[in-house]
Design a protein around this ligand. Structure first.
Ligand SMILES: Nc1ncnc2c1ncn2[C@@H]1O[C@H](COP(=O)(O)OP(=O)(O)OP(=O)(O)O)[C@@H](O)[C@H]1O
Length: 188
């Protein structure tokens, strides 16, 4: 069946507790069109936690890797049918970036860097209590690939303010976008 348009993608990238999910929720009512909010956690939550086989560390790491590869392809599948998708996803391993560059080739991806000071990340982690202490600190490599289209800093700005900044900037992002610059660097 012929699909008339390719969906757009907004990728909210930042360390744990930087505020990606909060911004994702705040973005929806500000966008003119009905976007899908697809956090990686929502895909992980669909995976069974009750099974008969005992998993070792290697099994678990392979399952997590497959989950993330599946997430990339689920987003591409939605966008391939013309759906606009917000990803809430830390680029905390280099292979995630590499795989997304291939999987989302041909799609309009806006890469948003969600920043937050380390002290504030530590504070949020302590307050929320549902993430291992030190997770945010372990994810400082989320920006290591070195490119972004829009940056917001949640250290002092709230989710609504950051979402408004993103919506206002969406139409004026310089081309080529971050994903295309990264592809150019890697000759993909
Ligand atoms: N701009 C902000 N100012 C103050 N607190 C915030 C802000 N954004 C998020 N928080 C708080 O920080 C915690 C983490 O927020 P959120 O779930 O949005 O982050 P996240 O980056 O999606 O985290 P994770 O990757 O671990 O799911 C929550 O308790 C939330 O209320």
């Amino acid at each position: 069946m012929e699909v008339e348009r390719r969906g757009r993608v907004i990728l909210l990238n930042g360390a744990s507790s930087s505020g990606k999910s909060s911004i994702g929720r705040a973005l929806l009512p500000l966008l003119p069109d009905p976007w899908f909010l697809v956090p990686v956690d929502a895909i992980g939550a669909m995976r069974s936690t009750v099974h008969t086989r005992v998993l070792d560390d290697r099994d678990i790491s392979e399952i997590l890797r497959r989950t993330r590869l599946g997430y990339h392809r689920a987003v591409a599948a939605l966008a391939s049918a013309g759906n606009d998708v917000i990803m809430d996803y830390p680029l905390s391993e280099q292979w995630r970036v590499e795989d997304l560059l291939e999987t989302l080739q041909g799609y309009d991806v806006t890469l948003v860097e969600v920043r937050c000071s380390q002290d504030e990340l530590d504070r949020r982690e302590r307050v929320r209590g549902d993430r291992p202490v030190g997770l945010a600190r372990s994810q400082t490599m989320v920006y290591a690939h070195g490119e972004f289209d829009i940056a917001v800093d949640t250290t002092t700005a709230g989710p609504n303010e950051c979402a408004a900044t993103i919506v206002n900037a969406l139409g004026t992002v310089p081309l080529p976008k971050a994903f295309d610059r990264l592809r150019h660097r890697r000759h993909i």
